[in-house]
Design a protein around this ligand. Sequence first.
Ligand code: PGA
Length: 251
Amino acid sequence: MRQRLVAGNWKMFGNSARNQLLLEGVAGQAASIGQVSCAVCVPFPYLHQARSILAESGVGWGAQNVSQRTEGAFTGEVSVSMLADFGCRYVIVGHSERRSLFCEGDQLVAVKARAVLEQQMTPIVCIGESLDEREGGMTEAVVSRQLGAVIEEIGTAGLHKSVVAYEPVWAIGTGKTATPEQAQAVHAYLRNVVSEQDADVARDLTMLYGGSVKAANAAALFAMEDIDGGLIGGASLDLNEFMSICKAAVR
Ligand code: PGA
């Protein structure tokens, strides 16, 4: 269902003491923000901490990656049922850092999205082009290929239960945000691509923008018709920044 959503992606940052302050702050303030769902995707070791602090708050929590396999001798991997066991609502799949640094391809990302859905959790499927691809006029081809692989695996019925995050790689962690118009153009394009297969799913699809979103630029991005919220990296580690971004998503 289309919703207003702001999700933090903590990446590999944090420690118990710092997380506690941040999570308690988010839990305390999020309740006052109507109509916007807030969530944090934390490193695996802190899922228990997130659950214990956020449980009664209305704030969702989740992970940043997951294994595509159910269980077995896969040293170092974490399964979807383990994440479900910790009450995760969301799992990020296909983040560009996973794609580029850990060689995750479209097909693997799609299989991970399916595994997440099978445990009744919501995959936040990340897609986005690199700077070279944008400059080469390839943006639409790249994002439709990435999303197409996921739709092929989970169908539009699966997409209906998923969230898509458009994150241009050149905007992630660089301080270089896409302009609201640039982001809107890609979101509208993607909604149109989905619409060709299923207009209802396209209308209901929650699409987040990610890439150097801050309190200062969030409202302009979230005012765009096809941008339903954000996936927030660096700024989600700062309580005031993150809460301002969540508030900026109120329509
Ligand atoms: P950023 O990261 O907000 O730090 O650019 C976004 C993301 O990687 O999801």
